[in-house]
Design a protein around this ligand. Structure first.
Ligand code: NDP
Length: 312
């Protein structure tokens, strides 16, 4: 019996599950490898207010679970597992998941992106003891305490606002003299009495005996107003963007200089015929749940066309 999968989707976030909805409805029997912590970045967000169809908002985990349930309803085969290796040199393609080798005629890469760290040596030292890249996961431990969030984008604002509902005080450390976040998020942050925004500010180091006790910051570096000072904090949250999860594919798939997958045409096709990409892994610009879902839809339609054109 030929066990070759027609459409293998790697990644269990809004892009992967949406691709699975469309691919199931197209009868190409998709298999989704959703990773060991399925749900992607939506599982670490709080309220999602801008996904169409949820006028009252929805939590990130609920939203991603809803999309997944919809895929299952149409027959998608969703499996937990970590993809360890891919070989795109021979068709059908080979995807290794633990001890299992899967063969696939087409692949949709929807592996998303992972939170970035500053690269300070102390970040690893205090990891789990004050340093975190997920306020919704760890914020609870900082009830009535003082925390800092690094970053000036929507994620940083969202994290700062979430933490302000728990913590006594929140510093937002922004390296530029302005916030990059959307206007509505900026307003909420700037109007929040618990949040102090430190503009033009960088983190030099973290300190503390066993657990984190504070951070050394420099403000207005390289100007006449440059000053170095310490803040006392119990928690240090990174929200400085993401790195695309493309390491597995870099041998075969064209990436841009930041590691995002290059899409060569106006479709979701990569440079390897039969391999498509959707969501944050191929999108350095928009990175929204809705744009990831839309790309998932497009990738499934592209995979369906590819299979049809090749009589598979
Ligand atoms: P962004 O890339 O938008 O922002 C990253 C922030 O981190 C920037 O302010 C950047 O500074 C700062 N930064 C990067 N590197 C460093 C560093 N080494 N030191 C200090 N600061 C640093 O990432 P986000 O994760 O915030 O957002 C990604 C995308 O997801 C965006 O399109 C955003 O709109 C979207 N998003 C939407 C949400 C929503 O609508 N609810 C929620 C969360 C994210 P600088 O500005 O100087 O480059």
């Amino acid at each position: 019996m030929d066990n070759t999968i027609k459409c293998l989707i790697i990644g269990g976030g809004p892009a992967g599950y949406t691709a699975a909805i469309y691919a199931s409805r197209a009868n190409i029997n998709p298999v989704v490898i959703e990773g060991l912590q399925p749900g992607g970045q939506l599982t670490t967000t709080t309220e999602v207010e801008n996904f169409p169809g949820y006028p009252d908002g929805v939590t990130g985990p609920q939203l991603v679970d809803d999309i997944k349930r919809q895929a299952i309803k149409f027959g998608a085969d969703i499996r937990q597992g970590n993809v360890d290796k891919v070989d795109l040199s021979v068709r059908p393609f080979t995807v290794t998941v633990g001890k299992e080798e899967l063969k696939a005629h087409s692949i949709i890469i929807a592996t998303g992106a992972t939170a970035r760290y500053l690269g300070l040596p102390d970040e690893q030292k205090y990891m789990g003891m004050g340093v975190s890249a997920c306020a919704t996961c760890d914020g609870f431990f900082y009830r009535n305490r003082t925390v800092a969030v690094v970053g000036g984008g929507d994620s940083a604002c969202e994290e700062a606002l979430y933490l302000s509902s728990l913590a006594k005080k929140v510093y937002l450390i922004v390296r530029k003299p302005y916030l990059r976040a959307s206007k509505v998020m900026q307003q909420r942050v700037l109007q929040n009495e618990k949040i102090t925004v430190l503009f033009s500010c960088e983190t030099l180091s973290l300190f503390g005996e066993e657990v984190l006790e504070g951070a050394k910051l420099v403000q207005n570096r390289g100007t006449e107003e440059e000053q170095t000072f310490d803040i006392s904090i119990d928690g240090f949250f990174l929200a400085i963007g993401h790195t695309p999860n493309t390491a597995l594919f870099k041998e075969w798939i064209d990436l841009d200089d930041q590691g995002y997958i290059n899409l060569h045409t106006s479709t979701t096709a990569t440079n390897v015929k039969g391999v498509f990409a959707a969501g944050d892994v191929a999108d350095p610009h928009y990175q929204q749940a809705i744009t990831a879902a839309a790309m998932g839809c497009r990738a499934a339609l592209d995979a369906e066309n590819y299979l049809l054109e090749n009589n598979i």
